[in-house]
Design a protein around this ligand. Sequence first.
Ligand code: HEM
Ligand code: HEM
Length: 185
Amino acid sequence: MNHSLPATTYSPVMKGFHWATVLLLIVQYALGWTMPDIRRGMQPESLMNLHMSFGVVIGLLILARAAWRVLTPQPAPDTTLPAWQRKAAAAVHGLLYLLVLVLVFTGWAYASQRGWTVTLFGAIPLPALFETGSPTGHAVGELHEGLVTVLLLVVGAHVLGALAHLVLWHDGVMQRMLPRVGQGR
Ligand code: HEM
Ligand code: HEM
């Protein structure tokens, strides 16, 4: 690759962040849907504790990824694409970061207002975001379940977009985020 030209693909670090987020979100949805339904007065069991730990990991990962995105040069949007596609992609990408962060916040709020301690895999206890029984914490926590579906829909639109570039438009947008095995970078 000629390093004097602007990059046309994401860096290996950005690709790593992207695909690590995808894997962790798959695990997180699987845990969220298999763990038992919450009943009044119950304490979190192992699947729920895993869900909360993975949620915190996803939160840290998305913050590190956002920082990396802002602090290091990113490939310019493909200028051969129509403006509406560039605008739509930028909006969807921003929304994806926001939704993941807000999901972590609402999940943590849900746990806090129930008096559950969120830990990183049982090792590191984290502070509560709201007091036990807090009406605000309850209202924020109640948003978690609905936002789970909103994230799924936005991810669906994002993936459909990526697939359209790959199979309909053949414009190399998908390749910007795929690992380039055996080509050095
Ligand atoms: C991006 C991160 C997250 C995703 C994608 C996610 C996803 C989910 C899903 C799919 C459910 C099941 C909802 C249902 O019953 O249909 C759920 C529930 C739950 N999550 Fe998360 N979660 C995330 C982060 C967190 C975090 C960080 C915590 C706590 C620290 C947390 C705590 C909870 C709790 C307590 C429930 C049960 C309450 C409820 O059903 O609303 N989640 N989550
Ligand atoms: C199989 C699923 C997925 C595929 C095929 C896919 C594909 C892609 C592609 C091709 C790009 C580059 C777009 C461009 O060059 O402008 C991209 C960027 C991006 N994707 Fe995905 N994606 C997937 C899942 C996800 C998920 C679950 C998230 C949730 C957070 C996500 C968040 C992003 C973001 C924020 C960007 C912008 C670049 C960045 O800041 O990392 N993607 N994706």
